[in-house]
Design a protein around this ligand. Sequence first.
Ligand code: ZN
Ligand code: ZN
Length: 223
Amino acid sequence: MGLKSRFCPRCGSDANVSEGLCANCKFEKVEPKLPQKVVVRICRDCGAVNWRGIWVKTDESPEYYLTLALEKGARLPPSSVIKKLEIKKMGRKGKVDLVFEIDDKRFEQTMQSDIYVKDSRCQDCGNVLSQDHRAIVQVRDKKNEKKILDFAEKYREFIIKIEDQREGVDFYMLSKDSARHLATDLRKHFKFSSMTVSHRQYSWDQSKNRPKTRINISLRQDD
Ligand SMILES: [Zn+2]
Ligand SMILES: [Zn+2]
């Protein structure tokens, strides 16, 4: 071993040197960074976690997956090994305690990242629900379809599923009220010329001794 490997060419230190730099200089050269934002979606019904696009049935907490996402997305100085990564505060400007080592030298930092758990619904639970929808909003306006889908985003927690149709889309809704809201909102915003509502009996409610109904709301542009 020559001088080259023993001393840091940048600061002259002989402590914790590898690959041509000491730990302190590596630390100074690459500022540690966590991803600006991490989000994990959780199924509100069964607790499944959406990890990189796949629904995972798991007993692990959402924090476990958020921690994984932070670790994977972290940009650290060369030769860093993460020893501890702990979420201290969730939400906007969340706080993370990070401990890592560079060539056995220990660094500790409190870092910032936007850390969110989002309510969602997994495919399985969505499928069960879709047999139990209370209303359908049929929107027939193919040329505005993308805008309509964007617009409907704010109703997402009431939407069970969306089905693409030849002349537009069908929104399967959890409740009649949410269907009416969505339809009225869409009608106003996209200036639909007609809105028709129809009720359909689909079974009998024994407890109330009356039919259970679904509603269909249809929005069209007459040209
Ligand atoms: Zn150095
Ligand atoms: Zn689920």
